[in-house]
Design a protein. Structure first.
Length: 500
C-alpha cells in the first residue's frame, strides 16, 4: 500500500532481502539517489550499503525509458536484485521513496531496529505523476518555525512525492527573510510584542513577545537539503499589502512616512500598505534581488492579496501616481505595483507568482503564475495565465478537519476534511500546473500544531495529484497501512480512516 498509489504495480512471489553484503550500484548521474537511499536506510538497519560496481541494488538513469515523463520511474524487485530506473534524477528520488514504503515500517525510524528482516516484496512498478506542481505552503511569518522543523517538513513532503514547499516568509506579523541592505527588517520587523489569542480567547493578547528570523546561510542550506530530496522551495515576499512588519522597520516605505508603526499583533488585514513612490519600488527590487540570490528556483511569489486601497486614496503621492499612470483609481495601484516588480523578476529570468486577487483592477503580465484561492481558475486561465490551484474550501489546512468535539481548534468559519482535499476539482487544461495546500499559522504556533493540521490531509493531496486515476476508495484502503508510517515517524496527525 503505497501513498501516493503507483500508476501500475504488479506483485510477484518472493522477496529481496537486504543484508550485510548488500551493495548499491549507481550509473553516472544516479549517485545522489543512491546516497539518499543509503542515508535513509542506515539508521534503522545498520547496514553499510556501500556503492559498488557489482551491487545488487541498481539505480540507473535511462534515456530510453519513455512514457513516464520527467518524474516517472520503473522499479523491478526480484529475489536476487533490485533495479530502479528513471529518465531523470527526479524520478529516481521518487523511486527511493517507494522503496522506503515497501520496506518494513521500522525502516522509517532513526534508531537501530534489531531483529527486523529488511526485505522488499517482489514487484514490478511503472509510475508517473499526473501533475507537476504538488506541494504545500507553510506560513512562517505568523508563527516562526525553526530550520530543523522546516527540514522535517521537507522530509514529509518528499515521502509523499510532494515537490513544492512554498515558504510564506513575510506578513503583517513578522518578517523572516534577511536582507543585508535593510537589517531592520528582521531586527525590528521580525519581532512582535505579543500575539492576539485564538478565537476562543476573544479580543485578548498573550503578553508574550514572538519572533525569529533565518540567516541567509540557513536558507541556502535548506534549499540544498530540499533539492537533494526532490523538493523545490518557492519563497514568498508579500507586497504591496500585508506589509506592516516591513513598515515597522522602515516607516518611509509606507504612505505616511513619519508615522511609527509596531509589528502587528492582531490577525486579519491591516490597512497599512506599501507606498507607490520610486524609493519603495527600489526597496522591493533590492529585496527580491536578495531573494533570487538565496533561492535559485524558477518561481518567486510576491503575494498581492488582500491589499486595501484606503491609504492610497488618502495619499497625494499615490493619487499623483494614479494620474501619471492613467489608472482608473487607487484600487488599480495594486496591479500596477505588482506589474513593476513582476517586470523585474521576468527581466532576471524568474517567473512571478501571485494570488488570484492580485490583478484586480489592472491585469498582470500573462507570464505571471496565478494561485486562485477565492474564485475558480477560469478567469486567470482566460487571461492567459498558468495556474496553481489553491481553493480555500478544499486546500486551506488552517481550518479544522472535522466538527468532532475533541478536534483541535483552527481558523473559525469552515471545516476542510480529507475528502474535501481529495475531491478538489482539477480542470483538465494545460494551463493547470497542479495544486498545493495552504497552512496559515495564526492558530498553529507549535510544530506539532502544524503537523496535526497537515496530516493526513496532505496524504490526500499527494494521492489525488499523483495518481493517473484518482480513486478515493483505493486511497482510503491504503491509509490504515500508511498511518503506521506516520506513527513510525512520530508525526502528529489526526488518526482516521476515511469513510466518505
Amino acid at each position: 500500500m503505497i501513498v501516493p498509489r503507483p500508476t501500475r504495480m504488479v506483485s510477484r512471489a518472493g522477496r529481496f532481502v537486504f543484508g550485510p553484503t548488500t551493495a548499491l550500484r549507481a550509473t553516472s548521474g544516479a549517485e545522489p539517489a543512491a546516497r539518499l537511499l543509503r542515508r535513509y536506510l542506515r539508521p534503522a538497519t545498520g547496514l553499510p550499503l556501500p556503492l559498488s560496481t557489482d551491487g545488487t541494488v541498481l539505480l540507473a538513469l535511462d534515456d530510453q525509458l519513455v512514457g513516464l515523463g520527467e518524474e516517472g520511474y520503473a522499479l523491478t524487485v526480484g529475489e536476487q536484485a533490485v533495479v530502479l530506473r528513471a529518465r531523470r534524477l527526479a524520478g529516481l528520488l521518487h523511486g527511493v521513496q517507494t522503496v522506503r514504503q515497501l520496506l518494513p515500517v521500522e525502516v522509517l525510524g532513526d534508531t537501530p531496529a534489531p531483529g527486523v528482516r529488511w526485505s522488499l516484496p517482489c514487484v514490478d512498478i511503472a509510475d508517473s505523476a499526473r501533475l507537476h506542481w504538488r506541494g504545500a505552503m507553510l506560513d512562517v511569518a505568523r508563527h516562526f518555525q525553526p530550520v530543523r522543523f522546516l527540514r522535517r517538513f521537507v522530509e514529509l513532503l518528499a515521502l509523499h512525492k510532494l515537490t513544492v514547499l512554498h515558504l510564506h516568509l513575510t506578513d503583517d506579523q513578522g518578517w523572516r527573510m534577511p536582507v543585508p541592505d535593510f537589517p531592520a527588517l528582521t531586527e525590528i520587523g521580525g519581532l512582535r510584542s505579543e500575539t492576539l489569542l485564538g478565537p476562543a480567547g476573544g479580543d485578548r493578547f498573550d503578553g508574550t513577545p514572538h519572533g525569529g528570523a533565518y540567516t541567509s546561510a540557513e536558507l541556502r542550506a535548506l534549499v540544498a537539503y530540499a533539492a537533494e530530496r526532490g523538493v523545490r522551495i518557492v519563497p514568498e515576499i508579500e507586497m504591496p499589502g500585508h506589509a506592516r512588519a516591513a513598515l515597522a522597520a522602515y516607516p518611509w516605505l509606507g504612505n505616511q512616512p513619519e508615522r511609527p508603526l509596531p509589528v502587528w499583533t492582531r490577525w486579519g488585514i491591516s490597512e497599512a500598505v506599501f507606498g507607490v513612490d520610486d524609493r519603495t519600488l527600489d526597496f522591493c527590487r533590492t529585496v527580491l534581488g536578495q531573494v533570487m540570490d538565496v533561492f535559485p528556483g524558477e518561481y518567486v511569489h510576491v503575494g498581492g492579496d488582500e491589499c486595501p486601497s484606503t491609504e492610497w486614496a488618502a495619499s497625494p503621492v499615490a493619487m499623483a501616481r494614479v494620474a501619471r499612470e492613467g489608472l482608473a483609481g487607487p484600487e488599480a495601484l495594486r496591479g500596477w505595483f505588482l506589474g513593476r516588480v513582476g517586470e523585474f523578476l521576468l527581466e532576471n529570468g524568474r517567473v512571478p507568482v501571485c494570488w488570484d486577487d492580485a490583478g484586480d483592477g489592472t491585469p498582470l503580465d500573462p507570464r505571471t503564475v496565478v494561485m486562485p484561492w477565492q474564485d475558480s481558475a477560469e478567469r486567470p486561465i482566460g487571461r492567459g495565465h498558468q495556474v496553481v490551484l489553491t481553493p480555500w474550501r478544499s486546500t486551506y489546512l488552517d481550518y479544522p478537519q472535522s466538527t468532532d468535539p475533541g478536534e483541535r481548534s483552527g481558523q473559525p468559519g469552515a471545516v476542510v476534511t480529507m475528502s474535501d482535499v481529495y475531491h478538489q476539482p482539477v480542470p483538465d487544461h494545460p494551463a493547470v500546473l497542479g495544486s498545493q495546500c495552504q497552512l496559515w499559522t495564526e492558530q498553529a504556533p507549535r510544530a506539532e500544531d502544524v503537523e496535526y493540521l497537515a496530516f493526513p490531509r496532505l496524504c490526500a493531496l499527494a494521492d489525488a495529484l499523483w495518481s493517473a486515476s484518482p480513486d478515493w476508495a483505493a486511497f482510503a484502503a491504503a491509509m490504515p497501512v500508511h498511518e503506521r508510517r506516520l506513527a513510525a515517524l512520530s508525526v502528529a496527525h489526526r488518526s482516521l480512516t476515511p469513510t466518505s
